[in-house]
Design a protein around this ligand. Structure first.
Ligand code: UN1
Length: 493
């Protein structure tokens, strides 16, 4: 089995304890993809100190030069897209077409942030005093601790690394233990693109063993975490003591509202993609569909018919539409929610069981599942399941749809299908989410718009777009007095 390493201070190294863990294909658990270092606090410490040392030089590299490195990384991603996508499908199961999209998203972010190297705009403004010049510039933060999930194993590390780099920060990345290979490839590419020694460090391992020490490390000035609410809460508590800057991207219980004037074929198509794309394992997945009662029956029949026809299997097979769940624990969680839904009185319209015929016996496959006649308060309609399970909730009218849509603790993404422009704009105004769609499902955010959510989906920050620059830099306001005398603001009026 191939042995992969950590990347610390420009060297590929084992963990100090020499422990490893295996990366396994969730579509066929007989296939290991390699052994990765099971790192602990001592490895994290070495990585943080390398990043802190490298920061003294990297912060002085002109941003356009940093941008050139990101540009080269983007070119390498483009050149290797197919090979990287295949490895990604093998390590975490998403179908090849979607894995290509994941690499594309990382590439988009690299190109986008490379361009930011020649912008990173601040403000120049007036002064209330004569002969005085005022401006604001972005200053980097220092070493960043980046903790990323397995569901977008290249895109999400890139969302964090590219803006952090262009702003002049150094970093330690701790990718999810379920998909370490894609992060490894990304770091390898950044090395090849010319990122100087120590600027990017990679430490593999588990949350409590490697993630927690990274969050707590004194040298780490900012933490960006994508994952679950309970872990996000722990991360926030660990950061609170030293007031570390923290970006949290957590769960969602994203809604699609289907009004009685919607194009139903389009709404069904969108629901299938939003609910079952990436096997429902997106924080943006469409897991609730609120349907106007006038079209409820027709919509649910058409959705069920489509869900039942989806082909499950190994994502490398181009005819497969839905891959496996990431691991056995996730399969159990999804099965538990299905039991819960039944017990709560929701109507199981299709799916609801593991699929293990033929080759699928070796993977973590679960049938696309639709629950009908759900009450908004049911746990399956309130809690993030992170699997191919969607809940249908009937509604009487637009106002009730909005009430149901907002009646969750999350606020990441929402959508409405309607042909009435007034309803569309009212929904855009009233849906309490960070991302809203009209006539498209809740997934598919692009890298140049702010990404993130309200309520328990986050802590007020946004990733991607120039919003990411706001997280990875600090404003420095500068006043230059060329009057040759003491001028007192607010006093010498
Ligand atoms: C995630 O699921 O954590 O908007 C990110 C989307 C993707 C990103 C999802 N571009 O669905």
């Amino acid at each position: 089995m191939e042995i992969f390493k950590n990347f610390i201070d420009g060297e590929w190294v084992d963990s100090l304890g020499k422990d490893v863990f295996e990366n396994i294909n969730p579509a066929d658990t007989r296939e290991p993809l390699g052994a990765f270092p099971r790192s602990r606090a001592e490895d994290v410490e070495a990585a943080v100190s390398a990043a802190t040392k490298a920061y003294t030089r990297w912060r002085l590299v002109p941003p356009p030069k940093r941008g050139e490195i990101l540009w080269r990384a983007a070119e390498l991603l483009r050149a290797r897209k197919e090979e990287l996508a295949r490895e990604m499908t093998r390590e975490m199961g998403k179908v090849l077409e979607e894995a290509r999209g994941d690499v594309q998203e990382a590439m988009d972010m690299a190109f986008y942030m490379a361009g930011e190297g020649r912008r990173l705009f601040g403000q120049t403004t007036t002064s209330e005093l004569p002969n005085k010049f005022c401006m604001s510039v972005r200053a980097p933060l220092g070493t960043c601790g980046l903790i990323t999930p397995w569901n977008f194993p290249m895109a999400i590390p890139a969302w964090k690394m590219m803006p952090a780099l262009i702003c002049g920060n150094t970093m330690v990345l701790k990718p999810a233990e379920d998909a370490p290979l894609s992060a490894w490839h990304l770091v390898k590419i950044l090395e090849e693109a010319g990122v100087p020694r120590g600027v990017v460090n990679l430490v593999h391992g588990f949350g409590e063993e490697a993630g927690a020490p990274l969050v707590r490390a004194e040298g780490v000035k900012a933490v960006s975490f994508t994952g679950s609410v309970p872990v996000g809460r722990e991360v926030a508590q660990a950061c609170a003591g030293s007031f570390k800057r923290l970006c949290l991207e957590m769960g969602g219980k994203n809604v699609i509202v289907v009004m009685d004037d919607a194009r139903l074929d389009l709404a069904v198509e969108g629901a299938v993609w939003g609910a079952f794309g990436t096997t429902g394992q997106r924080c943006t997945a469409s897991s609730r569909i609120v349907v106007h009662k006038a079209v409820y029956r027709e919509f649910s029949e058409r959705l069920v018919e489509r869900a039942q026809r989806l082909k499950l299997g190994n994502g490398l097979d181009p005819t497969v539409q839905v891959g496996p769940l990431i691991n056995e624990a996730q399969l159990r969680t999804v099965a538990r929610y299905v039991e819960m839904g039944r017990a709560e009185g929701a109507q199981l319209l299709c799916g609801g069981h593991r699929v293990s015929d033929g080759e699928k016996a070796h993977g973590w496959f679960f049938a696309p599942t639709v629950f009908g006649d759900c009450q908004p308060s049911m746990r399956i309609a309130q809690e993030e399941i992170f699997g191919p399970v969607v809940t249908l909730i009937p509604c009487d009218d637009f106002d009730q749809a909005m009430e149901i849509a907002n009646h969750v603790v999350y606020g990441l993404s929402s959508a409405i299908y309607t042909r009435d422009v007034n309803k569309a704009f009212r929904a855009l105004r009233d849906m309490e989410t960070g991302i809203c769609y009209v006539n498209a499902p809740t997934i598919g955010a692009e890298t140049h718009l702010p990404f993130g959510g309200t309520k328990q989906s986050g802590n007020g920050h946004r990733e991607a777009s120039t919003a990411a620059l706001d997280f990875y830099s600090e404003w420095k306001s500068i006043y230059i007095d060329y009057s040759d005398r003491l001028q007192r603001a607010q006093i010498d009026t």
